[in-house]
Design a protein around this ligand. Structure first.
Ligand code: G1P
Length: 279
């Protein structure tokens, strides 16, 4: 069972300055909901109810978002606007949220290792909130729910992947693998942010992972890699060489909300397909 999900949310969000000067990028709204809440809802839909956040300086608003605001609830009681708080209040009532800080920015692998105390000796999911994912259709599993089902079958670390154009491999971890069945690969190689010439394929890792807890000991001894940072890609490659790591071409769609273009696309998608339909 995957019971816990880790959100590394310490990053600065420089691409969105000045919007992110005093506000975490994860709190930027996609229509009327902060980006990070979509990620939490996706994980909750996958049966996960314990959330850990690896935060940093200037990220207090994330903690406040996943806490009750008695003052606000009191203010709007009886005004007919209570339903606007229902989605977040439901999450607060049915899940737990824990926070720790990454005190130095030393890469995604380091961020995940910083969350070790929140996870313990359990397999866990990782969601990078920047990657906003939607499932293939109404009533169908979201991306993390698809991955949890696979974990229950194979019991090893899994990364979500999608095809990217050759000129975009430098933005992602890129895998090589042996095809096991449609859309599922056993990883044989992974390279963090390769140039097109060095990319082992066009299959890029996106921000959804399921990790077995032995990843923490591996991360402890993983040296700094690409850009001088401790890379989860390098730790996963060691896991893959000693055992098995799967790459899963998920069903659904992903928006790169770490970029302005992707953020605007996600906003338009949510407005047309979720917000308007909920009215
Ligand atoms: C991180 C990972 C990379 C992965 C990407 C997915 O990179 O290091 O392997 O493909 O997330 O979003 P970042 O986007 O943090 O630079």
């Amino acid at each position: 069972m995957i019971k816990k999900c880790l959100f590394p949310v310490a990053g600065y969000g420089t691409r969105f300055l000045p919007a992110t000067k005093a506000m975490p990028k994860e709190i930027l709204p996609v229509v009327n909901k902060p980006l990070v809440q979509y990620g939490v809802e996706e994980a909750a839909e996958a049966g996960i109810h314990e959330f850990g956040f690896v935060t940093g300086r200037g990220k207090r608003a994330i903690e406040d978002h996943f806490d009750i605001s008695y003052e606000l609830e009191h203010q709007i009681a009886g005004s007919g606007k209570e339903n606007l708080l229902t989605s977040i209040r439901d999450l607060i009532d049915h899940n737990t949220f824990a926070f720790t800080r990454q005190v130095e920015m030393k890469g995604l692998g380091h961020a995940i290792l910083s969350g070790r105390n929140l996870i313990g000796d359990n397999p866990f999911a990782v969601v990078l909130a920047d990657d906003f994912c939607v499932g293939p259709g109404e009533g169908e599993d979201g991306v993390l729910a698809q991955m949890v089902k696979l974990y229950n079958q194979f019991r090893c670390s899994i990364v979500a992947i999608e095809e990217v154009p050759a000129d975009e491999t430098h933005k992602y971890g890129v895998i090589a693998g042996e095809s096991m069945k449609d859309g599922l690969y056993r990883i044989t190689d992974m390279v963090e942010k390769p140039t097109p010439e060095n990319a082992p394929s066009n299959l890029a890792i996106i921000g959804r992972y399921i990790l077995t807890p032995d990843i923490f000991d591996i991360l402890e001894r993983t040296p700094a890699g690409k850009n001088g940072e401790i890379q989860i890609t390098d730790a996963l490659l060691e896991q893959a060489k000693n055992g098995c790591v799967l790459a899963y071409q998920f069903k659904g769609r992903r928006f790169d909300c770490g970029s302005i273009d992707g953020f605007v696309e996600a906003t338009n998608y949510v407005y047309e397909n979720i917000y308007k339909k909920s009215k």
